[in-house]
Design a protein around this ligand. Sequence first.
Ligand SMILES: [Ca+2]
Length: 286
Amino acid sequence: MYRMLFLLTLTIFSFYSCDVAVSGSGGGGGGVGVVERELPSTNNDSYTPGTGYNLIWSDEFNDNAIDLSKWSYETKATGWSQSWNNELQNYTDNGTGGPNAFITNGMLVIKAIKVNNSNTYDSYTSARMVTKGKFSFQYGKIAARIALPYGKGIWPAFWMLGNNYTWPASGEIDIMEQLGHESNKVYGTVHWDDGGHKYYGTNTLISNPLEFHIYEAEWTSNQIKIGVDGNFYFTFDITGATKTEFHQPYYILLNLAVGGNWPGYPDATTVFPQYMFVDWVRVYQK
Ligand SMILES: [Ca+2]
């Protein structure tokens, strides 16, 4: 009851302040997660995977806490980020600097937090949730309903990696990446090995990126297609001897990076915290 009154008070307050603060459940330690921006609309969506596809795995994020039978926090401290894309964030397990991942209003929230003003390694905390060792699949359709963050140096991703990680020979399928300084552009990319790292990617524009959109990939034995809201703007042929990376099980990743070689780095215009909201993730097979 106290909680309801507290939320009601916050709602009334936020009506005047044009900002909404909603308490969410801390997803595994680190206290209660708080969202300090207006939540994206949770209106029902009408997503259907298409004829013949049956649901084999999903998380609707409707429980009070993150389901650790499905997801793990992949923690990455200083050193890892420097050696990989020169990212700045420390991926936590909701310990110090967090909570960086929690459930609010039926959504997974990944929250990038600024913990000091030096804008260097360990100045930010965030989260990277993975199904590694808990769920993987080969071929099918994977979709997620995601509302994106914004701002210079912000880099959310919904993606997959091959189970037997020896990058790039284990392969990578990036279903959605966004660079926060161009928040209305989303990218689909695949990475593989063919006498060294090879990649293919393209992008498309969306409206209202901070609201929910459905990002999906259709992966068959012949090709990978990547789309948003039913617009498949990416098609890649995976037949042939040099594309064996794309014929093995992959696991799912959701993360919100801060800084890096590709997005560049936060500047005075970048607002923190930043949020990636995930209403659901679903995997279908025929
Ligand atoms: Ca949900």
